[in-house]
Design a protein around this ligand. Sequence first.
Ligand code: SF4
Length: 177
Amino acid sequence: METDIGALLSKEMFFSGTQVNYFIVCKTKLWLFSHFVTMEHSSDLVSYGKLVHETTYGEKKKEIVIDDRIAIDFIQKGDTVVLHEVKKGKRLEKAHRYQLLYYLYYLNELKGVENVEGEIDYPLLRKKEHIVLTENLKEEMRNILKGIKEVIAMPEPPEPAYMRICRKCAYFEFCWV
Ligand code: SF4
């Protein structure tokens, strides 16, 4: 199933995985990132075409980076396409989960890839999390994308709220100095 490109462009489909991640982690960060970083949306369709090509013809890819915005650590070929993300720790577990979920959603909704699943690998913790794109999660993802759109459309960044991760955040000075 190929999705109609015109309809696609009217949807909130061109956010990056990073933006999905930031929506979960910190909406101030999402706003700042989205306003200060220029993104090239136009080449995404080509890139996803390439991605699907590689999942069709490649056995296993070490890393695929798409437009410097979406990085999928590797993809296995089988009856099911499995997108892998490798993470060091679980501190931002929820954000990792939704970021990968977005990739699954993107492939499923944009490219009509039916059998696509995700796995987050935590090699240091010797743990894995398997992610399946259910109808409920698709609905949740639609709401998240709508939320991202609303945050970005705000005239100013949302008020920051201090968290432990702030000290390592690139926007620390903007928020707290
Ligand atoms: S410093 Fe903290 S509040 Fe500010 S953008 Fe970063 S994570 Fe968000």
